[in-house]
Design a protein. Structure first.
Length: 198
């Protein structure tokens, strides 16, 4: 697998650009649309936690196991949310997609489908990944449905796996997609985008 380096990916309504501290005000505004930090099963930062959130993402990038993006509106440059490659394991050509969240007004729109199409295309067709994975909280049913709509397969549940922001411990639902499954999933995502609203 090729090195996972900062890159800008663009299609349709969005640009995925390397995350920087310059995106903090935009991330704060996006998270405020729906006060997303109040959802106990997400990693969305509260306004006063956003700088630390970005710094942690950039530290993961420096360590080689994460590549964070800001998701921007292609027309206006407005920050709509964030997503990342993470748990990058070059030795087995595996990468995960996660830390994904969007302003409430663009949820269930073409934004997430387009972002996933961009990230999956880059992972499989440029980086040479053999598998892309996802993980989510067992109570985050909206996230599970979104991952399943992409065509990923549910691998199972890791019980008592990770702390939530409220101090409880979550079970983690794991999903994956192999390179052999990618052509059919790619065709399906492109079909979805022809019928979704922007």
């Amino acid at each position: 697998m090729k090195p996972v380096l900062p890159v800008t990916l663009a299609a349709g309504p969005i640009h995925l650009v390397p995350l920087t501290l310059d995106h903090v005000p935009g991330l704060q505004a996006a998270a405020a649309d729906g006060e997303l930090w109040n959802l106990r099963f997400t990693s969305v930062p509260a306004p006063d936690e956003t700088v630390a959130y970005v710094e942690a993402a950039l530290a993961g990038q420096a360590a080689g196991h994460r590549l964070p993006f800001a998701v921007l509106d292609a027309a206006t440059g407005e920050v709509l949310g964030s997503t990342s490659y993470h748990d990058i394991v070059p030795a087995i050509e595996r990468v995960e997609i996660g830390y994904t969240w969007y302003a409430q007004r663009v949820q269930r729109s073409a934004v997430n489908t387009t972002a996933k199409l961009l990230l999956l295309t880059h992972a499989f067709e440029t980086l040479g990944a053999k598998l892309v994975g996802w993980r989510t909280d067992n109570f985050n049913h909206a996230s599970q449905r979104a991952i399943e709509r992409l065509g990923a397969r549910r691998d199972g549940v890791i019980r008592h796996h990770a702390p939530r922001r409220d101090g409880t411990v979550r079970d983690t639902v794991m999903y994956s997609l192999t390179v052999g499954e990618w052509p059919e999933v790619k065709a399906h995502l492109n079909w979805q985008l022809t019928r979704q609203r922007p």
